[in-house]
Each structure stands twice: as structure tokens, then as C-alpha cells.
Design a protein around this ligand. Structure first.
Ligand code: TXA
Ligand code: MG
Length: 406
């Protein structure tokens, strides 16, 4: 074991960084250009600059907020820096990382090999409508990796593609801009734990393993980005449900018939229908996002997930458990008749997504033996599918109606 590092939490207030102005570069540009007028003084700018210089030159990864979850970032072009991410998280090396960019030109430089001087836009045409609609934002697109590529091989874990995302969090966007490097960043939790949606979650998992955590307050979305692949198969697919819903994707040209290529435990062998799909079955193929095969989002306590509409859990279900935690969402009454710790996430789906990982962590700190979670109907759209996808991965037991599955 190497000596623990000193971990510092540096606050950054997004409203004190400066002024952003947008300008349209060309009429057919996919995104507006942006320009920042930095605030003259203040610790927020100083802390952001410090973190950017660590990313550019340092050897330890830097934790920073995004609109989805906190990320653990490193310069995606330097192998030694990227290896630091896997080491700090204890993440399996065959699980590739998402590359975060702050401009389309930065993305283009990752799509062109050095001897490519063509004037054609290297961003695949299938992604243009998604970039216009969702970037910057919680959407990751799988891109072709040129050969040779400026990205460190550790980022892509031997694949011929890489995931790219432009975050809309101002702190994340300006940090990448200042670092002037593409930033590889998985969620900043210890591997297998729930993703962090606040700086203290990162500190709890990675204290002594990293040097710098930027604290920008709680994350807005609360679940990770949606990952889509429009280039590898005949039809575009969703590899991971997330902050952009399938219904939203389907409004974009080229994505009307997007398929689902992730598998939730409960869905194995069954077919589900999207609300907006008017009864149309979604194309289902084998899971392709390498990260989806690992144990994930798991607190110490045993998680029991109750499918939506199945009623409240009976006393028999938790017999013999000393300390019970409960996460309520849309319908369960307070306490459900148990003597327990409870977190009420309310009935708004976006608020449920925002509070979910934090609730799992909070109940773990109360040292409960079991966490009973009230599921929601994933067909309602919005980020409901992402919430249920994460809960199924966290749960050891799923209860459908009154029938218990183990
Ligand atoms: O919201 C997010 O996406 C957060 C923040 C920090 O941006 N990041 C995040 O990264 O969730 P991570 O490493 O925890 O999840 C990356 C997901 C994994 O499921 C991984 O397998 C998949 O993206 N992925 C990355 N590159 C891929 C590729 N080339 N092909 C298929 N899947 C890929
Ligand atoms: Mg993760």
C-alpha cells in the first residue's frame, strides 16, 4: 500500500466564475461558440485554475462536478494520468472511460488522424441532430477511433471506438477549457459503489487516494449520461439509459427508431414497450457497453427493490433484520409500518433521479442491514428508465407484486 495522499476539497461557485457570451460561428454550425470573460478575483476562479493545472501536468486525477454525477478526471492523452483513474477507483481495466470535451473542434481533433487533411467534418452525420439538441448535456456518443489516435490506449480499453460527451455544467465546461485537454472521466466513486452526486460522497470513497476535489454543490441530474451508439450497427442503439430519455432521442432525425441495447435483470426474457412507441417493440440486442456487466451502485446494505404498483412490503419480508432503511418514491405511505430509517424522494421523477444515489449512501451511513426501495414505472418516460436501471444493478433482490424473486 502506498502512503495515503492529502485530499483537499476546493469550493467553486459557478456564479462567481465570470460571464459567458454565445455567438453563432456560421449559419450551419452545430453549436454556438462561447467565450468567457473571467471574474478578476475570488477563490472560485483560483480553485478552478489550480485544478486545471493539475489536470494538465499532474499525476493524480481530479474530481469535479458535472450536471450528471461527479467525475474523476485525467488528461485523456497521457497514459500515466489515465492509469491514475483506474488505480484510485480500483476500476477494472477493460471498462473504457468517457472523454469529455469543451468544444466541437476539440472533438474533431480526436476524430482525425494526424495525416488527415480532408475538409469533411469528421463528426459522424448521424450525431449532428443529437449534438444540436442535447449538447452540452447528459449524452455520450460512441465515436470512431482514428489510427493513430491522440488518446491514451487506457481510455478505450482496446476498443476501436470511444465515448464523447460535452457536459453542460459550467464548472466542468470551463475546467476542460482551461486544462485545454480532452478529459477522461468516469464517475468519481470507488468501483461498485453508488455514483457520487456531491463532493462529500467523493471524499467518503476516495479520501487519501486523490489530492483534489472541486466542490460545486449537488448535481442537477443525479444519474449518469445516456450512452448512444449510432455507428457500430445497422440501427442506432442506447447502450445505457441516463439523463436524456428514449422519448427525447426519438424526436431527432435519424433516431426515430432507436433500439435498446442494455439489459436489465428484470427484463431478461421479457419484452418491454416504450410508451411513445405506440406498441412497437424495441430492437433488443446483447449488452454492448462493457461497464454494464459489473456489480454497480451497491451500498453495503442489501437492497430490495419493489417494482412499481406492487403494494407496500409486508412484515414477513424483513423478518430478522435489525435495522431497516426505506426509500419511498411515489405511493408508499410514511414508515410502511416498520421501525426504520427512511428517505422520501417525493413523486417527481427528476427529483427521484437527483436524490437516488445520495439516499443509498445516506442509509448506508445509518448502518442499516437492508434497504427497501419503492420502484417507479420505467415506461413513464423522462429519466424513469435510468432510475430503474441503476436500482436493478444495486438490488440483490427484486420483488414483483407480492411475489418475491431472489
Ligand atoms: O454522466 C456520465 O457519463 C459520467 C460523468 C462523470 O460524465 N461518467 C460516467 O462514466 O458515468 P463511467 O465510466 O462511470 O461510465 C461510462 C460508460 C460505461 O458503461 C462504459 O462501458 C461505457 O460508458 N463506454 C465508454 N466507452 C465506450 C465505448 N467505446 N463503447 C461502449 N461503451 C463505452
Ligand atoms: Mg460509473
Amino acid at each position: 500500500m502506498s502512503k495515503p495522499l492529502e485530499t483537499t476539497i476546493l469550493p467553486v461557485d459557478a456564479s462567481k466564475l465570470g460571464t459567458i457570451t454565445l455567438s453563432r460561428a456560421k449559419p450551419d454550425a452545430l453549436l454556438d461558440d462561447w467565450h468567457v470573460e473571467w471574474a478578476d478575483s475570488g477563490s472560485s476562479v483560483a480553485n478552478l485554475r489550480h485544478a486545471a493545472s493539475e489536470l494538465r501536468k499532474g499525476t493524480h486525477p481530479v474530481a469535479f462536478p458535472t450536471e450528471t454525477v461527479y467525475g474523476l478526471g485525467a488528461d485523456a492523452t497521457r497514459s500515466s494520468a489515465v492509469r491514475g483513474i483506474y488505480a484510485a477507483k480500483q476500476r477494472p481495466a477493460d471498462n473504457p472511460l468517457i472523454v469529455h470535451v469543451s468544444s466541437l473542434d476539440q472533438l474533431r481533433s480526436l476524430l482525425r488522424s494526424p495525416n488527415d487533411s480532408s475538409s469533411v467534418d469528421p463528426i459522424p452525420a448521424i450525431y449532428h441532430s443529437l449534438i444540436q439538441r442535447f449538447w452540452p448535456g447528459p449524452l455520450t456518443m460512441i465515436m470512431p477511433l482514428p489510427s493513430p489516435s491522440p488518446l491514451a490506449p487506457e481510455v478505450t480499453a482496446q476498443l476501436s471506438t470511444f465515448g464523447a460527451r460535452m457536459p453542460r455544467s459550467l464548472i466542468a465546461l470551463l475546467l476542460i477549457h482551461l486544462a485545454d485537454r480532452p478529459i477522461a472521466a468516469p464517475s468519481a466513486n470507488a468501483s461498485t459503489k453508488p455514483s457520487p452526486t456531491a463532493a462529500e460522497h467523493v471524499a467518503y470513497d476516495l479520501n487519501g487516494r486523490i489530492t483534489t476535489i472541486l466542490d460545486g454543490g449537488p448535481c442537477d441530474v443525479g444519474v449518469e449520461s445516456t450512452v448512444v451508439d449510432g455507428i457500430s450497427g445497422d440501427t442506432p442503439v442506447i447502450l445505457r439509459p441516463g439523463g436524456v430519455s428514449i422519448d427525447e432521442l426519438r424526436t431527432c432525425p435519424g433516431w426515430e427508431r432507436v433500439g435498446v441495447a442494455y439489459k436489465d435483470k428484470a427484463e431478461m426474457g421479457s419484452e418491454s414497450e416504450s410508451k411513445s412507441g405506440a406498441g412497437e417493440k424495441e430492437a433488443r440486442v446483447a449488452p454492448r457497453a462493457p461497464g454494464m456487466k459489473y456489480r454497480h451502485y451497491s451500498p453495503r446494505a442489501r437492497v430490495m427493490l419493489f417494482e412499481a404498483g406492487g403494494g407496500v412490503p409486508g412484515q414477513d419480508i424483513v423478518q430478522g433484520q435489525r435495522r431497516i432503511g426505506l426509500i419511498r418514491t411515489k405511493h408508499w405511505p410514511r414508515g410502511c409500518g416498520f421501525n426504520l430509517w427512511e428517505v422520501d424522494l417525493g413523486s417527481d421523477t427528476r427529483a427521484i433521479a437527483r436524490g437516488l444515489f445520495s439516499a443509498l449512501r445516506e442509509l448506508d451511513r445509518k448502518d442499516v442491514d437492508v434497504i427497501l426501495v419503492e420502484g417507479i414505472d420505467e415506461r413513464e418516460g423522462d429519466v424513469a428508465a435510468a432510475v430503474m436501471n441503476r436500482l436493478r444493478k444495486a438490488a440483490e433482490v427484486e420483488v414483483k407484486g407480492s411475489q418475491q424473486l431472489s
